[in-house]
Design a protein around this ligand. Structure first.
Ligand code: B4P
Length: 198
């Protein structure tokens, strides 16, 4: 599984509301740090694109702003990390979005990967909504419209906030303000990573 005794893979989880700028900040981090980037949204969109037996179901769930089944997603994440030799430093963008996500992680990946901490982007709904509507003008994404955005916010409140609270109890959350322009937000990110010894 782990040829040549390479160090165990290590992961930093990245979360924030829909439109908080996770993807944007991850792109910046990859340029400056030795991180491999896995975006759960991109993984799922790629899976849908392949057109396998689950493609239609994935499309429908995402259009509804709901979460896809956790085991399906965690198996995809596992495959991705394995394909890179089960080693390296990852930023996992969009995970864990629910307590169920985290249970699947524990069951399917567990201690084979070292989970470091959770970087949480904080942003008001008004700002997030504006960003997503703007992206929706060109993204072609089925979920960047006013109706789905409302549902994504509800999913975030009801399913993601509780798992973030669980991580907070274990002192594993580091919060970053994500209201400002991308470069300014990135300054906050770098400070947060330095504080964590990254
Ligand atoms: P994602 O693709 O992760 O959706 P997202 O929340 O919109 O994040 P994204 O990274 O794309 O946007 P960002 O905030 O960076 O997930 C899509 C769907 O997949 C979910 O709804 C769910 O169905 C499924 N899914 C994903 N993870 C799952 C999981 N763990 N379990 C189950 N299901 C899962 O950026 C938004 C926009 O803002 C961009 O246009 C960007 O250019 C702009 N922007 C960013 N930063 C900005 C800034 N500072 N100022 C101005 N604009 C900014």
């Amino acid at each position: 599984d782990n040829p040549g005794n390479a160090p165990k893979a290590e992961v930093i989880f990245i979360l924030g509301g829909p439109g908080s700028g996770k993807g944007t900040q991850c792109e910046k981090m990859v340029k400056d740090y030795c991180f491999l980037h896995i975006s759960t949204g991109d993984l799922l969109r790629a899976e849908r694109q392949k057109g396998g037996p689950d493609a239609e179901e994935l499309e429908n769930i995402m259009r509804e702003g709901k979460l896809v089944p956790s085991d399906t997603l965690v198996k995809l994440i596992k495959k991705e990390i394995e394909s890179l030799g089960n080693t390296g430093r990852y930023i996992l963008d969009g995970f864990p979005r629910s307590q169920d996500n985290w249970q699947s992680w524990t069951k399917i990946i567990g201690n084979s990967v070292n989970a470091r901490f959770l970087l949480m982007f904080e942003c008001s709904e008004a700002v997030m909504e504006q960003r997503l509507l703007k992206r929706g003008q060109t993204s072609g994404r089925a979920d960047d419209n006013a109706e789905t955005i409302k549902k994504r916010f509800a999913t975030f409140m009801n399913e993601t906030q509780p798992v973030v609270a669980d991580f907070e109890k274990r002192n594993m959350v580091i919060k970053v303000s994500a209201e400002a322009a991308p470069d300014e937000v990135y300054e906050n990110v770098k400070k947060a990573l330095t504080n964590k010894g990254v």
